[in-house]
Write a protein that binds this ligand. Structure first.
Ligand SMILES: NC(=O)c1ccc[n+]([C@@H]2O[C@H](COP(=O)([O-])OP(=O)(O)OC[C@H]3O[C@@H](n4cnc5c(N)ncnc54)[C@H](O)[C@@H]3O)[C@@H](O)[C@H]2O)c1
Length: 253
């Protein structure tokens, strides 16, 4: 018996990094998994899971509400219930000081990181209500608990996600739906690697990031996926409106 056996989980941004690892771990622990991503790579993740478990891939952009609505209708048709939503799709966006950021650049980060969470939550809730409850895990960031000068819209978006999680925890507690924020420190994924590549020296950049964490290294996607699994499972049935910080001590200083 797995820790989330029989549950149906939707994971956005499931084609890469933290989301991909969460898809594999939730599937290993018995969940049926819906891999959601705008990247076709999600299809191979769903195919791999399907060899031993149950998974489908839905290609969509979380900023497009009509696609999100259709996707949740597809989940209902295929699995008949929804228990877990992991709002993980996210981008870093522009790295500029505030006075140089255009409206479009600001809006793009907010659209993916904040509105995407809103749309997916909005269309998941009715199904969770008919399933008798559920767990929503919103992937925020330590950059949102504390600030980071290089990317002001990212800071604002992740702080918003943390407080949206608390607001929705209050709104839906009576429906048996728990909503929590998962707050990672830096995790070695394509998101970080590509950001360092854009800056130039990946090895030096990685070392500099590692030095920010008292444990002396970055997180691995599985470190975060285990937090997602805990919040998704009934082991966390008394946990709602919380920030689960998994950051190698980044914010302890
Ligand atoms: N890696 C880190 O250090 C770190 C730290 C804190 C928080 N986070 C957060 O964790 C989440 C996952 O990050 P990651 O490092 O695994 O990144 P990643 O780039 O490896 O994966 C993100 C995935 O989201 C998908 N995606 C992006 N925009 C989308 C959209 N509009 N619609 C659908 N899918 C979209 C991408 O295609 C990609 O597959 C993000 O929300 C990120 O902000 C990451």
């Amino acid at each position: 018996m797995g820790r989330v056996s029989g549950k149906v989980a939707v994971v956005t941004g499931g084609a890469s990094g933290i989301g991909k690892e969460a898809c594999f771990l939730l599937a290993r622990e018995g969940a049926k998994v819906v891999v959601v991503d705008m990247d076709e790579g999600g299809a191979s993740i769903a195919a791999e899971i399907s060899r031993t478990g149950d998974a489908i891939f839905i290609k969509l952009d979380v900023t497009d509400e009509s696609s999100v609505e259709k996707a949740f209708a597809e989940v209902k048709k295929k699995f008949g219930r929804l228990d877990i939503l992991v709002n993980n799709a996210g981008i870093t966006g522009v790295r500029k000081p505030t006075h140089e950021i255009t409206e479009e650049e600001w809006d793009h980060v907010m659209d993916v990181n904040v509105k995407g969470v809103f749309y997916c939550t909005k269309h998941a809730i009715p199904q969770m209500k008919t399933s008798g409850g559920g767990s929503i895990i919103n992937v925020a960031s330590v950059i949102g608990l504390v600030a980071y000068a290089a990317a002001p819209p990212y800071v604002a978006s992740k702080a918003a996600v943390r407080l949206m999680s608390k607001a929705d925890a209050l709104v839906y507690a009576k429906d048996g739906i728990r909503v929590n924020a998962l707050v990672p420190g830096y995790v070695w994924t394509p998101l970080i690697e590509n950001a360092l590549k854009a800056k130039g020296d990946v090895d030096a950049g990685k070392k500099a990031l590692e030095a920010l964490h008292p444990v002396g290294h970055l997180g691995e996607p599985l470190d975060i996926a285990y937090g997602i699994l805990y919040l998704a499972s009934d082991e966390s049935k008394f946990v709602t409106g919380s920030d689960l910080v998994i950051d190698g001590g980044y914010t302890a200083q």
